[in-house]
Design a protein around this ligand. Structure first.
Ligand SMILES: Nc1ncnc2c1ncn2[C@@H]1O[C@H](COP(=O)(O)OP(=O)(O)OP(=O)(O)O)[C@@H](O)[C@H]1O
Length: 705
């Protein structure tokens, strides 16, 4: 532990002016091993981290002349004459000191003070300025442990004081002093922000912004919208977006294959469908085709709400690769999803007369061997699978496009890993079904180009969503009986009991038995632990109408497409997350029929549960739902920070500063465009910012020169 204390070797290239900011935290005066440990609790390891830790709130300290002016409880500063001391008469009682403003009395209260200290601080008969929280106790004014005890000659305490976040073992005073010492090490850096933007927003310089942010004069200075804080948030976002822009450029510089198709296969598919592609689908395919036609590698994200028709876009994209004489692979995160994709694509593949195969962990022995041979010989055009398709022995004849159905399971790091496969890595299309708020998309996927399916196929009817207490279970099943008799198909999703598969299963099995007793042969059960064949059989029975009720755990959350299903019952809906509920509900409303979603809850419904369910009831717009989700849970949880590698910003607030993130992205890309080596004055300044923001890895991607 002690080895790196202040002697940390600086990464090559870091500007010497920044060295003192990256020394060990205990090189600051007043920070010993204890302070160091306490700061480490908050992730503060260097003076730079301290500089980036802004006050969380502030106290106003009003100067008053008379006690009667105070509005207790209020933090005030007042001049008093010290009267008699009343040491504690028994253990546990406080030491009291009577004071007076000349007219009214004020009692100062201390617990366990040192006798010599308190008598020296507050000599009877002397004038003192005390500052602290004034309260009424039994109608008498008192102040417990004043924050300041000063002589009339001392300077008055500030009328507004920052309050820093603390961990055990730290006090405001220690924090304040440490920050002050750290700030002294902050060099004046050249400006990296476009001067026009600076003027237009009225932002101070970086140095000034940090100074002001640490010395707020009033509550408004703590607002994220204050010029100082907004600028610092922008700087944080800019450094992050610069990293993404560099990663993106690095990838684009790597040569790819130009895949140009003649459109023949795509046209066959489109002709075979009973409906035309939506405008959004056409737009997305055109964007993908243009990327694939270029020599540069494609890195594109296809974001589509539930039921927006991503499958067709994936298929048409794959066909571009096939038309160009190559192959495509579609990779899903789970076995179930891979199988579903294969099932969904199969009829389209048949229509276009292309060869499609599925490969998952389930395929073993001869079957697998045959697939591998066909793939290597180019006898398979499109492969659908799980991670299994990335195993060493899986050789393609001519892989031109990799489509990754992501579902938030991969982060930037994994994407980089995947793209490293193959000699000339294929074009990459990443699909995600869960809409995420724009600011998050920019943060998480800022290195990718974006296509959005923001239009649902025509003819869909809105889903009627209702909330019903589970005490009315009988009514729900009675109504279900009616519609089932008329031929309807329904999903019944069982509760997420705790976080355990086993208890989920028990609940699902119990519900299955109960419904089976009422509805007989028309009920099927699917869950993740089931043998794959049995699961496929149950799904197929439901898809083809041999079964009308499908009892399920959340395995049906994504990708399941049975347009004839029009009822969705979700038990204990309050135990699911908002995004998950949206995905689940998205299993209905996929055909022409009117659909209903019943959110069954267990009363009493808590506040967050109620907010989630009413949000869902009131809107079907996945992007809107995603925004609410982010407001309720915070950005990190929406995307699952641990896996996603979503950066944690110290000052920037993704939830409320989405606009700044968008500006930062634009600016980063524009700057890199105009100054590719970051060699001009702004470019060089920006390098310092990136060092300051710890984007060391990305700096290596700037060409040396
Ligand atoms: N242009 C279109 N017009 C009419 N129906 C369409 C169109 N495109 C797709 N569909 C149909 O809409 C349904 C949903 O499409 P798809 O399964 O591709 O959605 P998705 O985006 O994958 O949704 P999810 O993420 O919810 O699984 C399918 O039944 C599909 O056949």
């Amino acid at each position: 532990m002690a080895a790196d204390r202040g002697t940390m070797t600086a990464p090559q290239g870091r500007p010497p002016a920044l060295f003192p900011l990256f020394a060990g935290i205990d090189t600051l005066p007043g920070i010993g091993p204890k302070g160091r440990a306490a700061l480490a609790q908050m992730g503060i390891e260097t003076p730079r981290d301290l500089v980036m830790t802004l006050p969380a709130s502030g106290v106003t300290r009003r100067r008053i002349d008379r006690l009667t002016e105070a509005q207790p409880p209020e933090t005030v500063t007042i001049s008093v004459t010290v009267g008699r001391h009343h040491p504690p008469t028994s253990r546990g009682r406080p030491w009291r000191v009577h004071c007076s403003d000349g007219v009214n009395d004020l009692t100062l209260v201390f617990f366990h003070p040192r006798k010599d200290w308190i008598e020296k601080q507050l000599p009877t008969g002397a004038r003192r300025v005390v500052s602290g929280k004034l309260e009424l106790f039994d109608g008498l004014a008192q102040m417990v442990h004043p924050d300041h005890i000063l002589t009339p000659d001392d300077p008055l305490p500030a009328s507004f004081e920052p309050v820093y976040p603390l961990s055990a073992g730290l006090t405001q005073k220690m924090m304040g002093r440490a920050v002050e010492a750290a700030m002294e090490r902050l060099p004046v850096l050249d400006e990296w922000i476009d001067p026009q933007l600076l003027v237009q927003r009225g932002w101070p310089s970086f140095h000034e912004a940090l100074r002001v942010a640490h010395a707020p004069k009033a509550a408004k200075d703590l607002s994220p919208d204050s010029p100082a804080r907004a600028r610092l948030a922008y700087d944080e976002f800019l450094a992050h977006q610069m990293t993404l822009a560099l990663v993106r450029r690095d990838r684009r510089r790597k040569r790819g294959r130009a895949s140009v198709g003649d459109g023949r296969l795509r046209q066959t598919i489109l002709d075979s469908l009973p409906w035309p592609a939506t405008g959004a689908q056409q737009r997305a395919v055109a964007e993908i085709a243009a990327d694939m036609a270029s020599e540069r590698r494609m890195n594109r994200l296809l974001q589509g709400d539930v039921g927006s028709g991503k499958t067709l876009v994936a298929m048409l994209s794959a066909l571009i690769a096939v038309e160009a004489g190559g192959q495509a692979v579609l990779m899903a995160p789970t076995e179930i999803l891979a199988r579903q994709h294969a099932r969904a694509l199969e009829p389209l593949a048949r229509a276009a007369n292309v060869r499609l195969a599925a490969l998952t962990g389930r395929d073993k022995g001869e079957g697998r061997q045959q697939i591998l041979e066909d793939l290597a010989a180019g006898r398979i055009d499109i492969l659908v699978g799980t991670h299994a398709v990335f195993q060493k022995d899986v050789q393609f004849h001519d892989l031109r496009l990799a489509i990754i159905d992501e579902q938030h399971r991969f982060g930037v790091a994994q994407r980089l890993e995947l793209s490293a496969k193959g000699q000339i890595p294929p074009d990459m299309l990443i699909m995600t079904a869960t809409p995420i708020p724009r600011s998050l998309a920019l943060t998480q996927y800022g290195d990718l180009d974006l296509s959005v399916l923001d239009e649902k196929p025509p003819g869909r009817q809105p889903i009627t969503t209702v909330m019903i207490s589970d005490q009315r279970l009988d009514e729900v099943t009675a109504r279900l009986r009616k519609v089932i008799e008329q031929g309807a198909r329904a999903y019944w999703v069982c509760p997420l009991v705790e976080e355990s598969e086993v208890s989920d299963l028990t609940a699902a099995e119990a519900r299955f038995q109960a419904l089976r007793a009422q509805f007989g042969e028309r009920v099927r059960l699917v869950h993740g632990q089931m043998a794959a064949d049995a699961r496929d059989a149950a799904m197929a029975d439901f898809a083809q109408g041999r079964a009308q009720i499908l009892v399920a755990t959340t395995v049906i959350e994504v990708g399941v497409d049975v347009p004839e299903a029009t009822i969705m019952v979700i038990e204990r809906a309050e135990s699911f997350g908002l995004a998950q509920l949206h995905q689940l509900r998205g299993r209905v409303g996929r055909g022409q029929g009117a659909s209903t979603c019943v959110l069954m809850y267990h009363a009493p419904l808590g506040e967050t549960g109620a907010k989630r369910l009413t949000t869902l009831r009131d809107t079907e717009d996945g992007f809107r739902i995603a925004e609410v989700d982010m407001e309720m849970r915070g950005a990190g949880d929406v995307i699952g920070t641990a896996q996603s590698g979503l950066p944690r910003f110290r000052i920037g607030d993704l939830e409320h500063q989405a606009g700044l993130m968008a500006t930062a992205r634009q600016d980063a890309r524009a700057l890199l465009e105009s100054d590719p080596d970051l060699a001009g004055p702004r470019g060089r300044a920006l390098r310092s910012l990136m060092w300051f923001m710890k984007q060391d890895q990305a700096i290596r991607l700037i060409s040396v020169g």
